[in-house]
Each structure stands twice: as structure tokens, then as C-alpha cells.
Design a protein around this ligand. Structure first.
Ligand code: SF4
Ligand code: SF4
Length: 432
């Protein structure tokens, strides 16, 4: 008889035994703070994971529901745990097993397939833009709710996709100080082209040759975290071929989730799969480690090289700006002071710190669509903190947070959501 497949690698399993049940992870968990039930707490779910691993509990549909509906995989608990328990690795691993057992809903499966295939994604984005234009007069969007998101609040797709309208190499202005690769991710490519143009413009004006590889894929993390490991492996392989290159000084990323994927998750996921007997070659793991060592979030890179920036100018009236920390940037990559350093240095910006800037906005990718009620409670808290500081602009380094916060802000208040690099670009002198 075949031996039963291990649920998780030995290294990941081990984490359940490191939990001291101290409860320090409870107050940082956005889901627990709203639901106040132990099964929604990181500690509770670690104990459930322990019982699953030891064979006392089965991954039933109900258990699968807990793994998906009561966790945003925000990583707050991982950052707060004094015992070094990696709850996110445990929970995402068990999600994989849950989807193996119970399947992935057809709509989700289709969505992941589209994400992983560039030409289908491009055609779908083009079709989506066309459909919104055709039906815009009918105000149908106002009535289409995707969980906690109203379609009307979601920005439209770019007219032209960022990767198509950007040259493959944008040369440094002035003397060349280095060469970087730019991983722009799906959101910049299909929705936030302006952010991509700001990133390329700022980096080139800092004296960097910026290479934007054609045909880059989705980072694969949203697909992976939803349990579809096979589809996400395709994305990983494609990106490793394009970005694991020694001849560049850094791989710059403007999306918190993509950055976290390339920097932390690729090596972890590939090692985990190899340890579970999947056919992952040593060369793939080596490439993932090389890439991880090169990845820098754009705010982090710019903050480290502020002296390369041209002198900034104060333009227009003073703007009151606050900053929201994306989970995958603050907890996933330890980047928090750097975007603030940039914002504080921009002339004409009055930086105001909001309460609980480092707590989740409630988006969590598809979490807000599938678990709208819980997501709404978390987003509500974030909006309250933004209103309290009377910000005119909320800066954030994650397109997912940008969409979630932007969609729910009270439109009458006129608050904008922007990437810190967009604010920085506005303060730079025009290119000569
Ligand atoms: S903080 Fe860590 S050790 Fe404490 S209960 Fe949470 S998971 Fe367990
Ligand atoms: S990853 Fe975030 S949502 Fe999930 S248990 Fe940890 S703190 Fe809570």
C-alpha cells in the first residue's frame, strides 16, 4: 500500500510545536480583532493545524472554510510571534491540501488560468475595458458587487498595457550609476500604468539604465496562496528565466505582493515542494535564491540612494499625505521607514502619520470578494484612521491596497490614493 502523502514538509510542520500559546499574535490579527473567536486567531489556527498534522482532525469542507475565510495571510502574526512560528507557511500549505481535496471553484480556476497566461490576460483586460466603456452610460457598474467591492470603485484597465508602451531599455539620464531590471507585475501592466511610468522615470533620472523585460508573467503568488500550486509554478519558472540574472545590480519591484513573492516566497515554496518529493531541480532553487538576493522594493531602493536624485522642487499648494503600510511590504519585507523617508523629503508634502498605519486594509486579494463581511469590518477601521488625520492623499506601495482603499473612500472627501513614487516624480524637475 502507498504511504500517505505528507501534508507539509518536516520543516514547516515543526512550527506547530514551537507555539507557546502565549496569545501575543491575537491583537495583531485583523480577522481575530473583528470576529473575536479563537478559531479565527492565529493561535487557534496553529492548534487546528497541529491536530490536522497529527491526524486527529481531517481537512473537511468546514476546516477548509476556516483556512480560507478566517485568514488574509497578511503575515502580521508571523512578524509578532516571539517563538518564530511561521503561521503563514503552515496555513498556505494546508490551503494547498484543502484545494487538492475539495477542488477549486470553477470561476477561481478560470481566473487563475487567465492570470497565468499572458495573452489570455491581455485579451481579457482589453475586453473588460471595452465592456465598461460600452455599458458606462447604463450605470450597471454601480450595481455589480464583488463581495465587498463595487465594480464602480475599481479602476479601469489601462488603454495600452504598460509593457507594450514602454521601451525594453530606458537609458540613464546623465552619468550611468548602475543597471536594474524592473518587475512591474500585473497591476501596473493592466491597471496602474502611471505608477510604472513614474518608477521608470525616477530610476532613469537617478542615473540607472532600466530594463523592462518583455513578456514578464504574473508573480504567481495570488494563485499559489489560493492553493493552486501547479499554475503558479508556471509563472515562477517564466519569471526566474527572465529575472534571475547576475549582471544587474537589482531587480526593482513596485508591488508589495510581487516583491514578497520574488524575495521570500519563491525560495520557500520551491524548497517546500522539493522536500515533498515534487520534481524541483537544484538549478531552479539556485535561481530563486539569486533572484531573492537582488530584489528591492522601489521605495527601499530609492531611499537608500536619495543622493542620486535630482534636486526636488515645491510645486503647487501643500498636500497633506499619510501612508498605509501594505502587509506584504511591512511584514513581508521589513520595508516601512523607507517610503516615509521619501515622503518626508518631498517639498510641499505635510506628512501625517495615521493610527494603525501598519494594520491590514482588509483587501487580501480575493478575500474581499469571497469574504466580504469580514473584509468590510477591517476596511472600515482603516478608513476611520485615514479620515482622522484629514489626509488629502493616502500613499501606499501596493496596488491591491490602492484598489481596496480607493474603492471605499468617501468620494465627497476627494482623497486620492497614490504610490510614493508618483508623488516623488511630481516633485522632480522636468527632464531636459
Ligand atoms: S504569538 Fe506565536 S507562540 Fe504565541 S500564541 Fe501566537 S503563534 Fe503561538
Ligand atoms: S496571517 Fe494575518 S489574518 Fe492570517 S492569522 Fe496571521 S495575522 Fe491573522
Amino acid at each position: 500500500m502507498d504511504k500517505p502523502k505528507p501534508l507539509l514538509s518536516a520543516g514547516t510542520k515543526e512550527h506547530v510545536y514551537h507555539c507557546a500559546k502565549c496569545g501575543l499574535c491575537l491583537e495583531v490579527c485583523p480577522v481575530y480583532r473583528e470576529l473575536l473567536v479563537e478559531s479565527a486567531s492565529p493561535r487557534g489556527k496553529v492548534q487546528l493545524a497541529k491536530h490536522i498534522i497529527e491526524g486527529n482532525l481531517d481537512i473537511t469542507r468546514h476546516m477548509s472554510e476556516i483556512l480560507f475565510s478566517q485568514c488574509l495571510l497578511c503575515g502580521s502574526c508571523v512578524a509578532a510571534c516571539p517563538s518564530g512560528v511561521d503561521q503563514a507557511a503552515l496555513f498556505s500549505g494546508l490551503r494547498w491540501r484543502a484545494t487538492e481535496r475539495h477542488g477549486i471553484p470553477l470561476v477561481k480556476k478560470l481566473f487563475f488560468y487567465v492570470l497565468a497566461h499572458k495573452w489570455i490576460m491581455s485579451s481579457s483586460a482589453w475586453f473588460g475595458r471595452w465592456a465598461r466603456k460600452i455599458f458606462s452610460g447604463l450605470k450597471i457598474e454601480d450595481h455589480i458587487l464583488l463581495g465587498n467591492l463595487s465594480l464602480a470603485g475599481v479602476p479601469p484597465f489601462n488603454k495600452t498595457f504598460f509593457n507594450d508602451e514602454t521601451p525594453e531599455v530606458v537609458s540613464a539620464s546623465g552619468g550611468r550609476k548602475g543597471r536594474v531590471l524592473y518587475f512591474h507585475g500585473c497591476a501596473t501592466n493592466y491597471v496602474f500604468a502611471d505608477i510604472g511610468h513614474s518608477v521608470v522615470s525616477v530610476l532613469s533620472r537617478m542615473g540607472l539604465d532600466v530594463t523592462v523585460p518583455k513578456g514578464q508573467s504574473c508573480c504567481g503568488l495570488p494563485v499559489f496562496l489560493s492553493g493552486d500550486r501547479k499554475t503558479s509554478l508556471k509563472c515562477m519558472e517564466e519569471n526566474l528565466t527572465l529575472f534571475a540574472r547576475d549582471e544587474f545590480d537589482a531587480v526593482i519591484v513596485d508591488c508589495a505582493t510581487c516583491g514578497s513573492a520574488l524575495r521570500k516566497e519563491y525560495p520557500h515554496i520551491l524548497r517546500e515542494l522539493r522536500d515533498l518529493g515534487e520534481p524541483i531541480g537544484a538549478d531552479m532553487i539556485e535561481k530563486a535564491e539569486l533572484l531573492a538576493s537582488k530584489v528591492r522594493d522601489v521605495s527601499e531602493f530609492v531611499a537608500e540612494h536619495m543622493h542620486w536624485l535630482p534636486e526636488m522642487e515645491h510645486r503647487g499648494p501643500e498636500v497633506r499625505v499619510t501612508y498605509h503600510d501594505p502587509c506584504h511590504l511591512l511584514k513581508g519585507q521589513g520595508v516601512g521607514s523607507e517610503p516615509r523617508k521619501i515622503l518626508r523629503a518631498i517639498p510641499g508634502i505635510k506628512f501625517v502619520e495615521m493610527n494603525e498605519a501598519g494594520t491590514c486594509c482588509g483587501g487580501g486579494g480575493e478575500f474581499q470578494i469571497e469574504h466580504g463581511e469580514t473584509s468590510a469590518l477591517i476596511t472600515e477601521r482603516k478608513l476611520g484612521n485615514i479620515y482622522d488625520v484629514q489626509a488629502e492623499v493616502v500613499a501606499t506601495g501596493c496596488p491591491g491596497c490602492n484598489i481596496t482603499i480607493g474603492a471605499h473612500l468617501d468620494k465627497t472627501k476627494g482623497i486620492q490614493v497614490m504610490h510614493p513614487l508618483q508623488l516623488l516624480q511630481r516633485a522632480l524637475p522636468d527632464k531636459k
